[in-house]
Design a protein around this ligand. Structure first.
Ligand code: PNW
Length: 515
């Protein structure tokens, strides 16, 4: 199982790298751009989070896209994944507020330059930076009103840019957006979380030892409301399905592209493989985290039964009589089902999972406690600069096999995979070389030995950028960015030349220092 493969990836395999708008573009308020929930969140004073850092300038890609293009070409990528900033096109999120000519010009420029360089653009419509006006008016994705505005925006993007786009991604990692943005409050919009709660949560987060999962999960859960997370996910799934049908009915024939969604998924391994309750807990965790979005879109059209069952039972305990987990009508289930041409997968890490029940000790139900599981990385595993990210290469292979079996062998694009180092780390990123070497080899095994239909791989990230709640303190890039230099110079790390040798030849290549 652990042996290495030194053979070729399929010949048309897509090799890419990824970024997102808020994390790289900067230029947060130029040429009429509206405020996004990330502009708003990072500007709150005193800053709740992010060490008082913001994405105001970030990598300044808005002014330096040619520098990005140069390193994309140097890597020999076939694909580049980036996202559009909704409020750069429509400042308040509604069609009536735009389109802003400079936003359209910027993205046309990016797309045209990529195509001229023979690099296929892979475009994410929503990578978390919702226009603040839509958040203020009705709570953003907490309300189903958002669907109307999202589909208008998506339709505009298809009609304006779609003649050149072969890969659309409707949403990036809704799991994180919902559980943190509408749950724990660690990501914007921190919907329903008060400032006091968030400050106290931050203190606890830094005091807690992340090696021992059970206590940490309970601390975090205390602030996770158990309703908003489900409402936000419901709006996202419906928005996604509508956008898919608009593309399918109106644009697919002439534009000949594909449209899908990117889900973030950890692999969940049972803490003890011979313990049936642990095995069931790991399955429950996969259903709650990945099945939550994947079952409606790639499976039955509806949420996993275990989610409905647990949420209902725990609601009864708290005498809650309404549906915390909203219901899809039969017509909506049909609209959801089969609405993704590929399974976009963001994967970084794995967890060991045990059954655990602690909702009885909470003031109210929460998304995490509804699962009746607890999980975290194993203290023995190699770590990273991110508390949540352990290096578990075999986890990606198990997850790919699970997706194949659970969702009928979909086409899979790995849209993100990567590892963080600390702000003070430099160009000799052996950790990242090893991470990519091991993870990508497991992807190759999944393709060759398990016949999983993986068509492409997109490394996160092209360059160091604004790592959300962690600000600039965690570096995920193949390129090192100097954040004190006004030019934001990008310098290749060791991992860039490693990835280049892999992407350039399609062959699994030994790192220079490997015997
Ligand atoms: C993804 N987790 O988020 C996002 O799509 C990127 O924008 C982000 O920079 C990248 O991964 C690295 O964090 C995640 O806790 C956030 O397992 C958290 C987790 C996974 C992915």
């Amino acid at each position: 199982r652990d042996r290495f493969y030194y053979e070729k990836f399929p010949s048309k395999f897509a090799w890419g790298s990824a970024t997102s708008a808020y994390q790289t573009e900067g230029a947060w308020n130029v040429h009429g751009k509206g405020e996004s929930i990330w502009d708003n969140y990072s500007h709150r004073a005193p800053c709740w989070y992010m060490r008082n850092q913001t994405g105001d300038v970030a990598c300044d890609s808005y002014h330096n896209f040619d520098d990005d293009l140069a390193i994309i070409k140097e890597l020999g990528l076939t694909h580049y994944r980036f996202s559009l900033s909704w409020s750069r096109l429509f400042p308040d999120g509604k069609l009536t507020s735009g389109p802003l000519p400079d936003g359209v010009r910027y993205y046309n420029d990016v797309i045209n330059k990529l195509i001229a360089a023979n690099v296929e653009p892979m475009v994410t419509l929503f990578h978390w930076d919702l226009p603040q006006a839509l958040q203020d008016e009705f709570g953003g994705f907490n309300s189903s009103k958002i669907i109307l505005y999202y589909v208008d925006y998506a339709d505009f993007c298809f009609s304006t840019f779609g003649d050149r786009i072969k890969y659309w991604i409707t949403f990036n990692a809704p799991y994180e957006y919902c559980t943190q943005g509408h749950g724990s409050g660690t990501l914007a919009p921190a919907y329903g979380v008060t400032e006091k709660q968030q400050k106290s949560m931050q203190t606890q987060k830094y005091l807690a030892s992340h090696k021992y999962h059970v206590e940490l999960v309970i601390v975090k859960c205390h602030y996770s409301p158990g309703e908003g997370v489900y409402y936000a996910a419901h709006s996202i799934i419906k928005s996604h399905a509508q956008a898919y049908h608009i593309y399918n009915n109106t644009y697919r024939e002439s534009q000949k592209g594909q449209i899908g969604i990117t889900l973030n998924s950890n692999w969940a391994d049972p803490m003890t493989r011979t313990d049936l309750e642990h095995v069931e807990a790991s399955q429950r965790n996969l259903a709650f985290a990945t099945g939550w979005f994947a079952d409606p879109i790639f499976g039955t059209g509806d949420y996993p039964d275990i989610m409905r069952y647990n949420v209902q039972n725990i609601s009864e305990f708290f005498n809650i009589t309404h549906d915390r987990l909203p219901k899809f009508t039969e017509a909506e289930k049909l609209l959801n089902k089969g609405t993704s041409d590929f399974f976009g997968l963001n994967h970084y890490t794995s967890h060991l999972v045990v059954p655990c029940s602690y909702y009885q000790n909470l003031d109210g139900p929460t998304y995490d406690s509804d699962q009746l599981t607890c999980g975290d990385g194993c203290a023995e595993w190699l770590s990273s600069a991110s508390t949540w990210l352990y290096q578990v290469p075999w986890g990606i292979r198990k997850l790919l096999i699970w997706i194949k079996r659970t969702y009928g062998d979909p086409v899979i694009y790995i849209t993100e995979n990567g590892i963080s180092e600390h702000f003070s780390d430099g160009l000799d990123d052996d950790i990242r070389v090893n991470y990519y070497k091991n993870y990508i080899n497991e992807v190759l095994k999944a393709i060759k030995e398990d016949d999983v239909n993986v068509k492409g791989y997109t490394a996160w990230s092209l360059m160091d950028n604004f790592e959300w709640a962690e600000g600039y303190s965690e570096r995920f890039g193949l390129h090192w960015v100097n954040f004190t230099d006004p030019e934001r110079t990008r310098i290749p790390k060791k991992s860039a030349s490693y990835y280049r040798s892999l992407a350039g030849s399609g062959t699994y290549v030994r790192p220079a220092d490997e015997p």
